[in-house]
Design a protein around this ligand. Structure first.
Ligand code: UDP
Ligand code: MG
Length: 327
């Protein structure tokens, strides 16, 4: 039987976990004897009771493994931990807030059976507020980074173990997950999926996290930003040369005084602004080079819970126990 391990990064999702498991259990029923679903929860330093719930789930269900990270490292590092610790024939990556519908798994699995090694859930449509922002981001990214898979997908995907093994060889610390998936896959197949709204709570990644991810995506899959700096520098030099020549010519060959303190100041301010912008872009690269050379691990594992079950029969048969805790 094919073993599918679903990798679920968790940061304060205590209310979503039971709903998610209930829906995943239905998917298991649909898959029937064809595939066995198991779950690897990466608890990324939750502080809302997710930790305790996951401990309980691991205690009671033999299909659940749990990794508690030492503290909150972020979505990307939690995914890297999932890649490293995955066991099975197929990995499914998805968010735990039900924005990625679990019901897409059977269709992804069908594509795998037909030979696909990487199947991504293409965000055919979204129920989120900042649609325009996402669309602009993907449009720009695909323009400047042609090696990326030309689909709008986040982290919801199916990866064959062969692809996971290839991603495991990629040791870079600046990680844009969809980029790594594209890089390690012979071909990326996409199935259209509607991205839903988060069921409970607000985004854990947030706008700041998304901006960081966007910068990481641009910097790690394209040299465009730094090339932009060079082009800007070149344009500024040519402009300065031309205007300098004109100013000298006016001084030498005419009796006109060179007017314009204001225009000079604005040119100066414009020039300084460009210089700061360029320094900032170069600084982003340097910060990432520093991250790479430090070789600090992306995440640290505090506890790994596996080799269950330790469940007690009396609890298992109790009607008081929530449905998701039974196996
Ligand atoms: N997440 C995580 N660590 C974090 C932030 C988020 O493991 O520091 C998890 C979160 O619990 C969820 C997934 O990553 O399962 C996606 O997070 P979120 O929904 O906040 O991202 P968004 O959908 O807003 O991009
Ligand atoms: Mg979300």
């Amino acid at each position: 039987m094919t073993h599918i391990e679903v990798i679920l990064p968790i940061f304060n999702e205590v209310k979503n976990i039971p709903l998610l498991l209930e829906r995943l259990d239905k998917v298991q029923k649909e898959l029937n004897e064809q595939a066995l679903l198991t779950y690897l929860f990466i608890n990324d330093g939750s502080e809302d009771g997710s930790r305790e719930l996951l401990n309980q789930l691991h205690f009671l269900r033999k299909d659940i493994r749990v990794i508690h990270l030492l503290h909150n490292f972020g979505h990307g590092p939690a995914l890297a931990c999932g890649v490293e610790h995955f066991k099975g024939n197929i990995a499914i990556f998805m968010d735990a807030d039900l924005q990625d519908p679990p019901e897409a798994i059977p269709e992804m699995f069908e594509a795998w059976k037909k030979g696909a090694k990487t199947v991504v859930a293409e965000r055919a449509s979204r129920s989120e507020n900042n649609k325009l922002l996402f669309n602009t981001f993907y449009y720009l990214l695909h323009k400047v980074a042609p090696t990326l898979p030309p689909v709008d997908f986040g982290t919801h995907c199916l990866l064959d173990v062969s692809v996971i093994n290839r991603i495991r060889t990629l040791k870079e610390k600046t990680r844009y997950f969809p980029g790594l998936v594209g890089f390690a896959s012979p071909k990326v197949e996409a199935i259209p999926v509607h991205r839903l709204k988060r069921v409970e709570g607000n985004s854990r990644v947030g706008l700041k996290g998304l901006i960081h991810l966007a910068i990481t995506a641009f910097l790690s899959f394209s040299s465009m930003p730094v090339r932009f700096v060079s082009i800007l520098g070149l344009l500024a030099s040519v402009t300065a040369l031309i205007s300098g020549t004109v100013i000298v010519a006016i001084k030498l060959f005419t009796s006109l005084a060179i007017p314009g303190w204001a225009s000079m100041m604005s040119a100066l301010a414009f020039g300084s602004g460009i210089q700061l912008l360029c320094l900032g872009i170069i600084g982003e690269y340097i910060a990432r080079i520093y991250d790479e050379v430090k070789e600090r691990p992306l995440y640290l594992v505090e506890t790994l819970l596996e080799n269950g079950p330790h469940r007690s029969l009396s609890l298992e048969n109790s009607d008081l126990m929530p449905k998701v805790l039974r196996f």
